[in-house]
Design a protein around this ligand. Sequence first.
Ligand code: KG4
Ligand code: ZN
Length: 332
Amino acid sequence: MILLGIDTSCDDTSAACIKNDKVLSNIVFSQLFHSKYGGVMPELAARDHIKNISTIVQNAVKPVGLDKLDAIAVTYGPGLIGSLLVGLSFAKSLSASLKIPLYAVNHIEGHIFSLFINNNIKSQFLCLVVSGGHTELVLVKKGGDKYSKKLSYKTIGSTVDDAAGEAFDKVARMLGLGYPGGKAVEILAKKGNKKAVNFPRTDLKNYNFSFSGIKTAVLYYLKKNPQAKSEDVAASFQEAVVDSLVNQTLKAAAKLEVNNIGVVGGVIKNNRLRQKFTETAELNKIKVFFPKHEFSTDNAAMVALCARHHLENGKISPLTVRASSRAPLIDN
Ligand code: KG4
Ligand code: ZN
């Protein structure tokens, strides 16, 4: 099955082509101009998607050609409504004009599928989705093979306030590092002492997360200590977020007796987070899986793979499918 995937959920215009489980192309055009505003400007994001989507799609289908496509995959939500509408409308018109099926993908489920591009996780696993918009802990049940027909989700925890990536972006702004801030914080943190400041860790009794306390603690610390070394603040903040994510996930894995963990979404580009997950999981005899870096942040290859799974199981979306900024991952 040859699929074109499209994702315009936030500030990346992405299109990808897959043939069965092989990624033939994966083009991501990041709208860097938002950095001058210190965050994503939704209306400008939508307009920029309109400007670029046609070229990005044309480049993505180059390895196969439009006439070879069997179906179109596209993100319908969650995300920024204007941005989602651009990708969804484009995908619908392509699907109608080429007379091929459309499958509309939930963006969170798409991130979960980013794991399957280079991993074969046989049994059920606990998936932590950590991005700019989400921090969710999902129990994914699956059967024997790579694209098992039995795949179900149960969201067991999520953030009660900010997403982890959002906290990185806000702290980056406090440190004058621009947007998006996660990568900049990580680079600065490498030069700092992670034990310099003891910022609070998420310690909720259930499997939820909270990052606004950590973010506010950084704000007050910087106000009280204007001479503080920014690299120490970055390293200490990063360590607090990493500890919170790792501790809550490992606690859930132990309670639910799950031996496999997957971590997906833009924040798993962070090498300290990967390292801590790997070390802690090993100590607890748990296997941990990550997507490749290129499939961690928003991309259309994961969206296409997710759609392929559903299309092969006989599902298609009607052309009346609507964009939804808050579309939840349907637990079943
Ligand atoms: O998955 P993604 O591309 O978009 C959403 O669906 O939100 O994730 C983007 C988020 C941003 O908040 C960005 O700051 C964060 O991922 N991020 C990182 C790193 N690279 C990207 N956070 C921490 N460390 C990084 N190296
Ligand atoms: Zn995302």
